[in-house]
Design a protein around this ligand. Structure first.
Ligand SMILES: Nc1ncnc2c1ncn2[C@@H]1O[C@H](COP(=O)(O)OP(=O)(O)OP(=O)(O)O)[C@@H](O)[C@H]1O
Length: 990
């Protein structure tokens, strides 16, 4: 149905698809395959599920990115701009704004106010007020409570029907309703004070209007677990404006004061502030007068040690003075309150005998005495009222002694009735002092501060009334919101009739309808004036109301109860005590006691006869709490219906009242409870997704191959015709999608129309059509992706081949270059070696020639000189001494080398020609030829002399090896004892 919660795109669908793939595992189980296989299959399934989930998540993210720019969420001044309008996107937006210290956000015709829980400098200053007031278009400013205030004020100025305005702010305890109320009052006081003409009156009224706050808060607020300054009543303040829209008066109407708090405070909660103000702020004289010694403990004053800024008696007294409550009245008020504190300390003891009344201990007697004194009633009368009950039997009164618990109930009842009457008296007094004569004002701006929706562990009549009031306001709000939405659709040229939504009329019928409803049955039960039985009443409810879908019962609960499905949530109400609370009986004796009080104020509170107690009223006349509440709510609703409403939803971002802390769960619960989510759901019933044509084509244009730029460029005409061009392109896209849908299903074209509407500049969609568009877009995208993949692969292959060819060429080039370089190196080296070698050879040749020339010269020149001289010279030129021969023989290495260097024919000739060669060798060695004494061996195969060694008996053996270098051993050195030249190393050494 229309108010079904918007599901996340694709999520549900996908889960079902995944589940359907379960068959595999089931069939395996049936086949009884081993567990491991099953685990494997499950593992694969899980993986597939994970992959699918991550795909869906990324897809959702993609859609979200398209619809909404998360980075700019905090800049969204209006929650209806969030796309799609779902609780989670709304929450995200609020959180982003809260983090950016922006506390107000529009939500269509509503303003959402997040409590910062710390004073924000310059957010509510006089300058800001004046700025908003003087702005030609305050709506263009940042969202603020002053925009709402100014809008209401201008509506009055504009005299547009309905001229009267109502500013409704709701929210849970601690959300900032009272704060908002104070801000608005200050705003109007400032705005109205801008006129010089009636400055005195305005100031007087302003002082009184603002001055009434401390009094109302002192008497009606208390420290609770959820808020240290919690209003325990609902109020509607009417600011009265004259023809010039100046503030000339004000009045206040209150609802459902939590009077039980006077006599009962929940653990860790406190009584109304006023009692603590008296205890802490009284002067010595006042303490005596009020009988409140500093060291006295009071049962009804728990946690008195806790000091709050609200515990300021002086401020309350000053406000009283401003309002015109004179000293004697103030004294009376405080004496009565002190009397209540004393009364709380009175404890009853069970009667010793059945015929006796409940007893009081000494302490209690003292407290009762003080109570009687302060309330100015006779002590014995007071005591008997609390302990004895008067029953009417025909025309006679019958006295009945009360049990201990009955006495306590009567004591509490006395306190509650006095406090409630005193509170009402104060409200009346405030009204009298602020309210202008009816002829003086013509319009009003009403400020409605109501309790927010309540759902506790145990809920009773108070919660039923509060939640009923919230249902009423929600109904009013929904009607108003739909009107605003209708206006938006009309601007876009859409029909309104297609919006279907489920309102909360069913729930209201259940609570207040006729002929039978919870209220009517409760009232009937109370009027029967019989002892109420919760179980019986529960059965009755089941019998009479079970046809209503909004009521249910928990079969497993033992306590008599009923559960109501409110628009915000289901709430279970316990029936026990509900009838008693509805009757709210006040024993007649108590009323007559108070009527006889010597205190004129107390006397006047009960003197008018309105307080006929249960025993004195006829059964048909019983006015129950429900009836009273319902009547006041009816009159309030009448006022609201006749005014232009402005809604502000105050949100408490965290339960601990910590500054600038945003708890998502906490906020979403409140958004649900204050109807924002319901509003969102209503919006979802129409077209929750609104996309400007341009954006639509950017995303979905590919379905019909439409390119936005082309579309835009085709038309150089003004904007409207641009929109027309875009609109027709959008329709083309939608037609493709809807045609495909029609071919797949049997739905009528009407159904298609319910899914989409094209406005003037935007296309309005349902979630399901968006889903279809996405599916279509994905299909087109996958086709295109496939195409791109093919092209890309082809391109890649071509590139790869080109690269391969290029690489081969490069490799070949590099290799040849390397080889060429190597060869060049070798050539170079070879030529160096050649050059060196040639040089060396030339040099050696030259040396050898020079040597030979020397030798020849020497032989020629010195032939005649003595042989020892020649020996010396040879020795000098470097020669080997073969010491083993008897006579020293000098061997000139180089001539041997020279000999060896001769062509092999020399060697061959040594062997071949035998003796001749041996002779030349011996000549070289300068060995005297002595046949048989020496043995000269030459190596036939190796070139050169292998060795020359001394043989036994004086023989020598020369062992030389031929150097690869010609004449290597040929350079004689002038040292006689050293053989030099290359052949030195070739000489075998011992
Ligand atoms: N706009 C604001 N700026 C700063 N602090 C704020 C603002 N609104 C609320 N507060 C703080 O939050 C506290 C609770 O606010 P308030 O008393 O207005 O809540 P409430 O909704 O009226 O609660 P209840 O329903 O219990 O009366 C205030 O005492 C104040 O400290």
């Amino acid at each position: 149905m229309a108010n079904a919660k918007p599901k996340l795109l694709f999520k549900n669908k996908d889960v079902s698809t995944v589940n359907s793939s379960d068959g595999t595992s089931r069939s395996l189980e049936k086949a009884g395959r081993p567990n491991r296989q099953k685990e494997k299959v499950n593992g694969l399934k899980d993986r597939a599920q994970d992959l699918r989930k991550s795909f869906i998540d990324s897809l959702e993210e993609d859609i979200r990115d398209f619809l909404i720019n998360e980075a700019e969420l905090h800049t969204y001044d209006d929650l209806t701009k969030v796309n799609p309008v779902t609780p989670s996107t709304v929450l995200k937006c609020l959180q982003a704004r809260y983090s950016a210290k922006v506390f107000y956000t529009h939500a269509g015709c509503t303003l959402v106010a997040l409590n910062p829980f710390q004073p924000i400098p310059d957010l509510y200053s006089l300058d800001v007020m004046r700025e908003y007031h003087s702005a030609p278009q305050p709506q263009e400013f940042k969202p603020h409570i002053f925009i709402v205030a100014e809008e209401a004020y201008r509506n009055v100025q504009g005299q547009v029907e309905p001229m009267n305005q109502s500013l409704v702010y709701s929210g849970e305890s601690g959300a900032g309703k009272t704060w908002t109320s104070r801000c608005l009052m200050k705003y109007y006081a400032t705005v109205a004070a801008s006129s010089q003409k009636c400055q005195d009156t305005v100031e007087k009224i302003e002082r009184r209007v603002l001055g009434s706050n401390p009094i109302m808060e002192a008497f009606g607020n208390a420290c609770t677990l959820r808020n240290s300054n919690s209003s325990r009543f609902g109020k509607y303040i009417q600011l009265q404006l004259n023809g010039s829209q100046l503030l000339v008066g004000a009045s206040v109407q209150t609802f459902l004061l939590e009077k039980t708090r006077v006599a009962f405070q929940a653990p860790n909660e406190r009584n109304f502030h006023i009692f603590y103000q008296m205890m802490k702020g009284a002067t010595g004289k006042q303490r005596l007068e009020w009988m409140l010694p500093l060291d006295q403990d009071f049962a009804w004053l728990p946690h008195a040690e806790k000091t709050l800024e609200e515990d300021c008696l002086q401020e309350t007294v000053e406000a009283m003075i401003n309002l015109g409550i004179d000293e004697s009245k103030r004294t009376q008020i405080f004496r009565i309150l002190a009397g209540l504190l004393q009364l709380g300390n009175v404890d009853f003891r069970p009667a010793l005998e059945e015929a006796q009344t409940c007893d009081l201990d000494e302490h209690s007697k003292g407290f009762l005495q003080k109570t009687a004194d302060l309330l100015q009633v006779p002590l014995d009368e007071l005591q008997s009222c609390l302990t004895v009950r008067t029953l009417r039997a025909g025309k006679q009164n019958v006295l009945k002694l009360c049990s201990q618990s009955e006495c306590s109930v009567r004591r509490d009842c006395l306190a509650k009735v006095i406090y409630a009457q005193l509170f009402d008296w104060l409200v009346t007094f405030i009204n009298n002092s602020m309210c202008a004569d009816r002829s003086m004002w013509c319009n009003f701006i009403g400020l409605l501060d109501v309790y927010g929706f309540e759902c506790f562990l145990l809920n009773n009549l108070e919660q039923l009334c509060i939640n009923y009031a919230n249902e009423k306001l929600q109904q009013h709000f929904v009607a108003h919101y739909l009107k605003a939405q209708q206006e938006e659709y009309v601007t876009e040229g859409l029909q309104w009739s297609f919006i279907r939504y489920q309102d909360n009329q069913g729930c209201l019928d259940l609570i207040e309808g006729s002929p039978s409803s919870i209220f009517s049955l409760l009232n009937e039960e109370c009027r029967l004036n019989r002892a109420s039985d919760a179980k019986q009443f529960c059965v009755r409810l089941q019998k009479e109301l079970s046809h209503n879908a909004s009521i249910s019962w928990d079969k497993f609960s033992k306590q008599p109860h009923f559960t109501v499905a409110h628009y915000a949530d289901k709430v279970s109400y316990q029936i026990e005590g509900m009838m008693e609370k509805n009757k709210d009986p006040v024993p007649p004796e108590l009323i007559s006691l108070l009527q006889n009080s010597q205190d004129s104020l107390l006397h006047s509170l009960f003197a008018d006869g309105d307080h006929e107690s249960e025993g004195l009223r006829g059964h048909s006349k019983v006015v129950t709490v429900i009836s009273k509440f319902r009547n006041s709510l009816e009159s309030l609703m009448k006022i609201l219906h006749s005014t232009t409403p402005h809604y502000t939803r105050c949100i408490k971002p965290n339960p601990d009242c910590r500054p600038l802390t945003f708890k998502r769960e906490e906020v979403i619960t409140q958004l649900e409870a204050c109807g924002i989510v319901e509003t969102i759901n209503i919006s979802a019933a129409g077209f929750p997704i609104r996309i400007p044509y341009g954006n639509f084509l950017q995303r979905y244009g590919l379905i019909t191959n439409t390119r936005l730029t082309v579309q835009m460029n085709q038309s150089n005409s003004p904007e409207m015709s641009n929109q027309a061009v875009l609109g027709s392109a959008v329709e083309d896209v939608l037609n493709v999608v809807l045609k495909r849908r029609a071919s797949n299903s049997t739905l009528s074209p009407d159904d298609n129309n319910n899914m989409v509407h094209c406005g003037r500049t935007k296309v309005f969609l349902t979630h399901s059509l968006l889903e279809m568009l996405e599916v279509h877009r994905n299909r087109v995208r996958s086709q295109k992706a496939f195409c791109i993949q093919c092209c890309w692969r082809r391109y890649q292959n071509r590139q790869r081949n080109l690269k391969r060819q290029a690489a081969t060429r490069l490799q070949a080039g590099v290799r040849s270059w390397l080889v060429r370089r190597e060869i060049r190196k070798w050539h170079k080296a070879a030529s160096v070696i050649q050059t060196k070698w040639r040089r060396w050879r030339v040099w050696m040749d030259a040396l050898a020639e020079a040597e030979l020339d020397d030798a020849e010269d020497f032989i020629e020149n010195e032939a005649s000189s003595a042989l020892p001289k020649l020996d010396r010279l040879l020795k000098e030129r470097g020669s080997v001494q073969l010491s083993s021969i008897q006579e020293p023989v000098m061997v000139r290495g180089w001539p041997i080398g020279l000999a060896m260097a001769s062509p092999p024919s020399i060697t061959v000739s040594l062997t071949a020609t035998g003796f001749q060669r041996i002779m030349s060798m011996m000549a070289c060695l300068k060995i005297p030829f002595r046949n048989g004494e020496y043995k000269v061996k030459t190596n036939q195969f190796d070139q050169g002399v292998a060795s020359i060694r001394a043989q036994p008996r004086g023989s020598i053996k020369v062992h030389l090896q031929r150097s690869p270098l010609l004449y290597a051993d040929m350079h004689p050195v002038h040292k006689t004892d050293v053989v030099t030249g290359f052949n030195q190393i070739l000489l075998e050494r011992p």
